[in-house]
Design a protein around this ligand. Structure first.
Ligand SMILES: NC(=O)c1ccc[n+]([C@@H]2O[C@H](COP(=O)([O-])OP(=O)(O)OC[C@H]3O[C@@H](n4cnc5c(N)ncnc54)[C@H](O)[C@@H]3O)[C@@H](O)[C@H]2O)c1
Length: 254
């Protein structure tokens, strides 16, 4: 579980632990990773906390090796490590653009690349990538939306590549979810949370556990026929809002 130290990654890790799975919490924040590993261990899971920077190939390679040494196999990869960036097009410094791409896109790619080798040993695997409704409908900020759209392309082509190898690849695309990532954003934008809640058809934001439950389904053996899917979980925000968008006015008769 990359990004397992917080938010959606933490919630999914604890659901995995409750279902009897052993878990690896791979996060750049080692203190948070250790905290979640302790929570998982208290539930009874085998738990390994690793400090990993997903944008660094050596760090990812080392994490996969340590996983193999400790547990002997890798059945599930969840790419939950991610960062947001809140600036409009003309205000995005290229270094920040690259950082958002490095962590969200290159990080997801590197973890999938190195997980593939381990999963092929058993011809079994479940890869789940965290996208976002922003990556489908462009509802977020440009750098973040572009990164999440790239994850969709990466996951769908990998799903095709791995379909006959017993490895499924899917994307979970949440809408606004109450995690430290979004709480930071909402704290800096008074009223944003209320505006979001009033625009979501179900009238609220998601709890991390609701996204974690979908991840757990896609990680299960029962989901072996689900691959190349993008599961949007956003309280109807994007699909129902699109239906309410007024049709463009007809062009005036010439
Ligand atoms: N919260 C939302 O509203 C929301 C909506 C749609 C998609 N998502 C996506 O879900 C995923 C999880 O988001 P969250 O809300 O739980 O965020 P979060 O900030 O609570 O957790 C993200 C975790 O990723 C870790 N991380 C950051 N950079 C890393 C790196 N280079 N290497 C390893 N770990 C790193 C952080 O330390 C943190 O523990 C992200 O990919 C995010 O884009 C979140």
């Amino acid at each position: 579980m990359t990004g397992g130290g917080s938010g959606i990654g933490r919630a999914a890790t604890l659901i995995f632990a409750r279902s009897g799975m052993d878990v690896v919490i791979a996060d750049i924040d080692e203190v948070k990773a250790r905290g979640v590993a302790e929570e998982a261990a208290q539930i009874g899971a085998g738990a390994l906390a690793l400090r990993v920077d997903v944008s660094d190939e050596e760090s990812v390679r080392s994490a996969m090796q340590q996983t193999e040494v400790r547990f002997g196999r890798l059945d599930v990869l969840v790419n939950s490590a991610g960062v947001d960036f809140h600036k409009e097009l003309a205000d995005i410094p290229v270094e920040d653009w690259r950082r958002v791409m490095d962590i969200n896109v290159t990080g997801t790619f590197l973890c999938m690349k190195h997980a593939k080798r381990l999963m092929l040993l058993n011809k079994y695997g479940r890869m789940i990538c965290l996208g976002s409704s922003s990556g489908i409908y462009g509802m977020g900020w440009p750098a973040y939306s572009a990164a999440k759209a790239a994850i969709n392309g990466l996951a769908l082509s990998a799903a095709r590549e791995l379909a006959l190898q017993g490895i499924t690849v899917n994307v979970v695309a949440p809408g606004p979810t109450e995690t430290p990532l979004s709480l930071d954003l909402w704290a800096n934008n008074p009223g944003r949370r209320q505006r979001l809640e009033s625009s979501v058809p179900v009238g609220r934001v998601a709890k991390p556990e609701e996204i974690g439950a979908a991840i757990a389904y896609l990680a299960s053996e029962e989901a072996g026929f689900v691959t190349g899917s993008i599961l949007v979980i956003d309280g109807g925000l994007t699909s129902l809002m699109r239906q309410q968008t007024p049709a463009p006015a007809p062009a005036p008769a010439s």
